[in-house]
Design a protein around this ligand. Structure first.
Ligand SMILES: Nc1ncnc2c1ncn2[C@@H]1O[C@H](COP(=O)(O)OP(=O)(O)OP(=O)(O)O)[C@@H](O)[C@H]1O
Ligand SMILES: [Mg+2]
Length: 365
């Protein structure tokens, strides 16, 4: 069984400090949902409110439509996986997996059968008699997931479960986690500050900043249609121009920047009007060398340096009036190879591919 999870007007305060501010969100049953945000933005705090280790200061947590107020962690249909797995190193894999069932008094034969089913599910068939110490990091991760699933939760909560693994393993585990979620079919709520993890695994993602949800959407929407400066700068790479709105129409705004007047699509909900402080963002892959084509936005620049990444070139440019170097990504072809440091170029980009947001906090880094 799987359940919907809803947070309604949830506020969480620690003394005067507000860790979660009026959170409203519905996570559909069977969805892989991620909370994505920098360290300290309140992700773990929200997860604790869902799991029952913490009661919200205000608002409601509903699981499967039922209000969870006053219902303790072990009475909720949830299971939680931490970064620190806390498996029992000397116990066998199958005993680890069914530990909670043993506590409940389930007999050894039934536990063994359940463990074997779960080992199939996590693609470790026949490994039940090993000790945890004999497993690799990625295998341990999967055993931790099996252990959480043994109690048949309706919702699995995962708090940065891959952060202790090395990069290669982390990337492989993304695919595996997603596969396991599809097979079990229950709701996964996943917490991470790694946008790559969130984008590759999730059906939907909530981007958080300082206790607030800035935007909820699938990865594509967050990348192509960010609503705020923070989301535009946190999800993926982006070039930024600061300025003031000159003219605002329905589908496009003109922002006066040090690099000239730039046309862009206004972010949803930004309600930009003439005179407002605004940011224009353009992705590295949407920025073009503009020798032949006439683009709506054109900027003079010098090529500063370039980095070869095999299938791609990353070209860094000093643009007229820009505070920071711009980054342009292009596929590796003859045209790219001809671009050399020191060259004077004209850059262009389509207004449709650029987004204008209200000026606001940016992601660090
Ligand atoms: N029990 C507590 N008492 C006081 N402040 C707390 C408590 N728990 C969390 N906080 C504060 O709430 C904020 C959010 O913490 P939280 O652990 O939810 O962040 P996070 O997004 O999970 O960060 P990270 O990615 O580093 O794990 C932090 O500023 C933290 O110091
Ligand atoms: Mg945390």
């Amino acid at each position: 069984m799987t359940s919907e999870v809803a947070l309604e007007n949830v506020w969480i305060r620690f003394g005067d400090f507000v860790a979660a501010r009026d959170i409203n969100i519905t996570i559909r049953a069977g969805e892989f949902f991620s909370f994505l945000g920098p360290s300290g933005c309140g992700k773990t705090t929200l997860l604790r409110a869902v799991s029952g280790f913490l009661e919200p200061s205000e608002g409601r947590v509903l699981i499967g439509g039922a209000d969870m107020a006053g219902i303790g962690p072990n009475k909720r249909p949830t299971a939680l996986i931490f970064q620190n797995l806390a498996l029992f190193p000397l116990m066998s894999v199958w005993e680890n997996i069914t530990f909670a069932l043993e506590v409940r008094g389930v007999g050894a034969a039934r536990r063994r059968k359940r463990a074997d089913e779960l080992l199939e599910l996590i693609a470790l068939p026949g490994q039940g008699d090993k000790t945890v110490g004999e497993l690799s990091g990625g295998q341990r991760q999967r055993v931790a997931i099996a252990r959480a699933l043994a109690a048949e939760p309706e919702v699995l909560l995962l708090d940065e479960p891959l952060s202790a693994l090395d990069l290669k393993l982390r990337q492989r585990m993304r695919t595996e986690l997603r596969d396991i979620q599809r097979r079990v079919g229950i709701t996964f709520i996943y917490i991470t500050h790694d946008q790559g993890e969130a984008l590759t695994m999730s059906d939907n993602i909530a981007v958080m900043r300082e206790g607030v949800i800035e935007q909820v959407g699938d990865g594509n929407t967050l990348y192509d249609r960010p609503n705020t400066a923070f989301v535009a700068s946190f999800v993926g790479e982006n070039n930024l121009f600061r300025g003031t709105v000159g003219a605002a129409e329905r589908g496009a705004v003109t922002v006066e920047t040090a690099a000239g007047a730039l046309r862009a699509r206004p972010a949803t909900g930004a309600a930009l009007a003439a005179g407002d402080d605004a940011f224009v963002f353009i992705r590295p892959e949407s920025l073009r060398f503009d020798d032949a084509m006439e683009m709506e936005n054109r900027i003079g620049a010098h090529i500063q340096r370039r980095e070869f990444e095999g299938s791609f070139w990353q070209v860094f440019l000093d643009a007229d009036g820009a505070e920071q170097p711009l980054k342009l990504s292009m596929v590796n072809d003859d045209a790219a190879a001809a671009r050399r440091p020191g060259q004077r170029v004209t850059l262009g980009f389509a207004a449709e591919l650029a987004v204008a947001t209200r000026a606001g906090p940016l992601a660090a880094g």
